[in-house]
Design a protein around this ligand. Structure first.
Ligand SMILES: [Ca+2]
Length: 537
């Protein structure tokens, strides 16, 4: 399917406009009068964009953040007081890939998908503890063969707690598991160094990456993978940012009180009844078909009633998340400045991405794992003003499995046959090419966080279908165009049975065609850690 790139001539749009996400389908089949004008723009832009010169190998800086939700960037307007000037700059002078999703919204599976270009059921890193199969090939290995110098800085978090150097990187700096925000211990090329004096992880990783970039020789292409710990819980901002948003009002999502029961916490206007009581008579909600697991999870580690077993206050949690993000944004700015100072700014592509989304009260939940928009979608910005026309919003369905083929494409390396993603570099350059319309999703139930069931789903333009095998619960179908907050499950609605059937068939087709019909079980050795069952087998 051809893809539409929206050109933003003057500046990035001031607010988040979800209705344009699915412009592609509407323009193609809806015969909108603006279609020809848009098509002309795409063709002209393809001619206008500067092409990558024949033999030039561009450097790539890939910055990955942890749990950064897609709309927590200043320019989207979702959080009115959030300041991310460097992300805003990347969007204004680069490309905002507005429709980027992950195939599994969990740290390790998504990171493995980014590195291998494969779905979780193929690479089999299905949770945060699964060992890393030895036969996986990471895309930086191919970059090395193509003559690139490569480096890794930060959170690896695959293969159960290891910090050891991994294949594909000439220079390696990492830590075990989730790491810590202050005074980390880094494994630098096999030697461990304990940092002191309140060294802040985001700054430290940025310092080291800058040092490495400065050492790179002109004419020698390089790739660096900066993998921030920020903004994973439990959020700790840099001291200079602590308290920055202490007085800011929280923009609660409209669904935060939907599953509130007697004794639940009520957010926002506390004089109101739980939203569910009012929503029951409002046709824009379907309270009856909220999955049982969503009701139950509200009162759990990952729900707003009992966050982290009651240790965390939602408003403080929200503000700290935003404050922690500020150092990540500064990291982008410092990398951009370094590229300028070293004269590498014209021949480097900077990519910024999140490993999964993060719910902040939507559906009464926090965190990720599920297939709701805030969990599945991620921020993705691409910046290379010398090569890619700035100020674009790319609406195409891009997934984490596309990163590896895209970086290899930038390096002029042919995509290896085992990679299931596709390079979207042609789309960034304004080319009119066939492109997928579907984003597939899978999540496998975890022993450590048993509140979220195994989930399979499909996001196809306007509609999203979610299916939970192995539990007695409803499925879900949402019209994202009219119901972007996923409040009205249409799964039972008589007018949508054909859509539900089609999407479910396509979901099974995907699993059958990609070898996903067997759930990759992993042996469990630890005891239960969830509330009320702690220490049991
Ligand atoms: Ca994550």
């Amino acid at each position: 399917m051809p893809v539409l790139i929206t050109l933003i001539p003057a500046k990035i749009r001031p607010s988040f406009e979800r209705d344009s996400i699915f412009g592609i389908n509407t323009y193609l089949f809806g015969a909108k009068p603006s279609y020809m004008k848009q098509l002309l723009l795409v063709i002209l832009s393809g001619i206008f964009f500067s092409q990558l010169t024949a033999q030039e190998k561009l450097n790539v800086v890939f910055i990955l953040t942890d749990d950064h939700r897609h709309d927590a960037m200043g320019f989207t307007g979702r959080i009115p007081w959030l300041e991310t000037p460097n992300m805003d700059l990347m969007a204004k002078q680069g490309v905002w890939v507005k429709n980027a999703t992950v195939t599994t919204a969990l740290c390790s599976p998504s990171r493995a998908s980014i590195l291998t270009g494969q779905y979780a059921h193929t690479h089999t890193v299905v949770d945060n503890f699964s060992p890393l199969p030895k036969n996986l090939r990471f895309f930086p290995e191919y970059l090395q063969k193509a003559g690139y110098q490569t480096s890794f800085f930060g959170k690896w978090h695959m293969g159960h707690q290891g910090d050891q150097p991994q294949k594909g990187f000439h220079h390696w700096e990492s830590f075990t598991g989730q790491g810590v925000y202050f005074n980390p211990r880094l494994n630098i090329n096999g030697t461990r160094t304990q940092y002191k004096d309140s060294a802040y992880i985001t700054d430290l990783l940025t310092d080291h990456a800058i040092e490495w970039i400065k050492k790179q020789k002109k004419g020698q292409p390089f790739f660096t993978y900066i993998s921030h710990k920020g903004v994973h819980d439990e959020f700790m901002p840099a001291p200079r940012h602590k308290g920055r948003y202490a007085d800011k009002p929280i923009p609660y999502p409209s669904t935060i009180n939907l599953t509130a029961k007697q004794g639940s916490k009520i957010f926002g206007d506390t004089t109101q009844l739980p939203l569910a009581a009012r929503a029951a008579s409002d046709p824009s909600y379907n309270v009856k078909d909220i999955p049982s697991w969503v009701w139950a999870q509200r009162n759990s580690w990952h729900g707003v009633d009992f966050m982290y077993n009651g240790r965390v206050w939602f408003d403080e949690f929200y503000r700290r998340y935003c404050e922690t993000l500020l150092a990540v944004d500064e990291s982008i700015g410092r990398i951009l400045q370094t590229l300028k100072e070293t004269g590498q700014d014209k021949n480097t592509i900077l990519v910024y991405m999140g490993d999964n989304g993060f719910l902040m009260g939507e559906h009464g939940l926090i965190d990720k794992r599920n297939m709701y928009e805030e969990s599945q979608k991620v921020p993705l910005l691409v910046y290379a003003p010398a090569h890619i026309k700035g100020g674009q919003i790319l609406d195409a369905v891009i997934q984490n499995i596309d990163i590896a083929p895209t970086v290899l494409d930038i390096a002029r390396v042919e995509k290896p046959s085992q990679m299931q993603g596709t390079s979207f570099l042609p789309l960034l350059k304004g080319a009119k090419i066939a492109w997928r319309s579907k984003a597939f999703y899978e999540y496998y139930w975890e022993y450590s966080f048993p509140q979220t069931p195994t989930t399979f789903g499909l996001r196809d333009g306007r509609y999203k279908f979610i299916y939970y095998p192995g539990v007695w619960d409803v499925s879900e179908l949402y019209d994202l165009e009219t119901d972007p907050e996923e409040k009205k499950n249409l799964w039972r609605h008589p007018d949508y049975q054909e859509t539900a059937m089609r999407l479910r068939n396509e979901l099974w087709d995907w699993l059958e065609q990609t070898g996903g019909m067997q759930i990759p079980l992993k042996r469990i050795t630890e005891k239960r850690g969830d509330y009320g069952m702690h220490g049991l087998y």
